[in-house]
Structures are given as C-alpha cells and as structure tokens.
Design a binder for this molecule. Structure first.
Ligand code: NAD
Length: 252
C-alpha cells in the first residue's frame, strides 16, 4: 500500500514548478490529487502526466487571493471527490526584483503580501474548519529561505510576507493540534524549477551552488519529498515547524 492511499490532496499552484512536482509525487503515492492554478492548459498537461502514470487527479481553477474562489473550489472538490484531507498552500511567488526599501511602491508591497501571506491565510481559513470538524488533516504552507534571514538579494516585500507565513503556520498549528490537524511550513532555498533553470544564468547558478554546504541547488523533487514527509504519519508528532529545504544554506 502506498503512503497516501485514500487521501484527497489539494496542491494550490500546481500548474508548474514545485506545486506540480508535489502533485505528481502525491499522486504516485496514491492520493487523489486536486490540481489548482490559473493556466488551464498548463494544468491539463500536469493532469495528463499524472493519469498517464495511473494516478488520479481533478483540476480546479481560481485566484487564491479571493475567498469566494476558494470557497467555490472547496465545494467543487467536495462534490467530485470528497473533502480535502491534505492541503498544500503552495501558490505564491515574487513579482518584483530586490530593491532598496524606499524604492518599493505601496502597490508592489501590497501585491506581495496579498499573493503570499493573505492568500495562505485565506486558503487555510477555507479548508481548516472542515478538517477540525472531521478531527483529521495535514496542512503544509510554503515560505522561503528569503524569509529566514535578511538579504540584499531577496525582494523585501516577498521575504516579509513569507516570514508572516511562518508565524501564521505556527499559530494555526497551535490552534488546530487539539482537533487532530497538523500544520507545518516548508522554506525552500533557490529551487531549479523549469523557470529558474532557464532564467538564472549558468554563472549565477554556479555561484549560488557554492553558497550551499551541500554543493548543488535544490530541485522540485527535494521539496516534494519534504512535503510527503509532512503529509504522512511519518511526521505524526510534528506540527508548527518551519522546515528549511535549503542544502544547509539556512543554519538557524
Ligand atoms: P511558480 O511561479 O513556478 O508556480 C506558482 C504557481 O502558483 C502557479 O501554478 C501559479 O499559477 C500559482 N499562483 C500564484 N499566485 C496565484 C494566485 N493568486 N491564485 C492562484 N494561483 C496562483 O512557483 P514555484 O517556483 O514553483 O514556487 C512555488 C512556491 O514555493 C511559491 O509559494 C514560492 O514563493 C515558493 N518558493 C519557491 C522557490 C523557488 O526557488 N522556486 C524558493 C522559495 C520559495
């Protein structure tokens, strides 16, 4: 028997990158995966790769900064495959480059907080009550190494929003633990997603590699395997942690 047999796992932002890899691994482990994003064609491609490997997947779309969209997604999932038992609040990202504080526009600041911290809050708010009522569930949030220490190379608004995701996770874990729900956070360092592999020049990749005690950059599969650990009973007595998946580059 695979480790996620009988579970329904929603992975937000799984049309590509880290989320797509988590969805593929969870499906291979027996979960009925719910793929989510905004790009229907990209979602269909991930869906096809999962079903070609005999996995089960449903596709939903919506904007995770909009609570109405999340509620509509929850209703669809419950009608089609049953309640979500594993939630990976992965959707997010940074849309602006690093800049001095005084050069950050209020609009860019709000967009980073909205797209990462508020989106994670709304996603948990939508799915946690059902998990608490059923007395079981596992939630995984996505922070970043950018949130683990100040750095001129990290976009400040994004890093601050992701630091908020860490505290949100810990507080929610304290609230949800007595109801049988575990909530943990992953903080990845530079991960070689399809996009990063092409956008980060080879020389910069080599320089970044040398900053890691484990002399390579991370892969989406490194993050997916950490998520699998936090989703299964292998981590049954772990909640409220921030797990650095960072090749040793964050040593706190
Ligand atoms: P990506 O940009 O490749 O994919 C992001 C996914 O989230 C896409 O499916 C996108 O459609 C979706 N998404 C984003 N905002 C959304 C919204 N408001 N509503 C609905 N869908 C939305 O990202 P990635 O590199 O795979 O990163 C995944 C997560 O990991 C993000 O939260 C990111 O901040 C975090 N992270 C990534 C890295 C990295 O190096 N890739 C490092 C640290 C943290």
């Amino acid at each position: 028997m695979t480790s996620l047999e009988g579970t329904v796992a929603l992975v937000t932002g799984s049309s590509r990158g880290i989320g797509a890899e988590i969805a593929r691994l969870f499906a291979a482990e027996g979960a009925h995966v719910v793929l989510h994003g905004r790009d229907r064609d990209a979602l269909d491609r991930v869906h096809a790769s999962i079903t070609a490997a005999n996995g089960q997947a449903l596709v939903v779309t919506g904007d995770v900064t909009r609570y109405d969209d999340l509620e509509a997604m929850r209703t669809t999932v419950e009608d089609e495959v049953g309640p979500v038992t594993i939630l990976v609040a992965n959707a997010g990202g940074s849309t602006t480059p690093p800049a001095p504080l005084e050069d950050i526009s209020p609009a860019d600041w709000r967009a980073a907080v909205d797209g990462n911290l508020t989106a994670t809050f709304l996603t948990i708010k939508c799915f946690l009550p059902g998990m608490k009522a059923r007395g079981a569930g596992a939630i995984i949030t996505m922070s970043s190494a950018a949130a683990r220490r100040p750095s001129p190379f990290s976009p400040l608004a994004y890093a601050t929003a992701k630091a908020g995701v860490g505290l949100l996770t810990q507080d929610a874990a304290a609230q949800a633990g007595p109801h049988g729900v575990r909530i943990n956070c992953i903080a990845p360092e530079a991960i070689l997603t399809e996009r990063n592999s092409t956008e980060i020049p080879p020389a910069v990749q080599a320089h970044l590699r040398d900053q890691h005690p484990i002399r390579r950059l991370g892969t989406p599969n490194d993050v997916a395997r950490a998520a699998l650990f936090l989703a299964t009973d292998n981590s049954a007595w772990i909640t409220g942690i921030i797990l650095d998946v960072a090749g040793g580059s964050v040593l706190t």
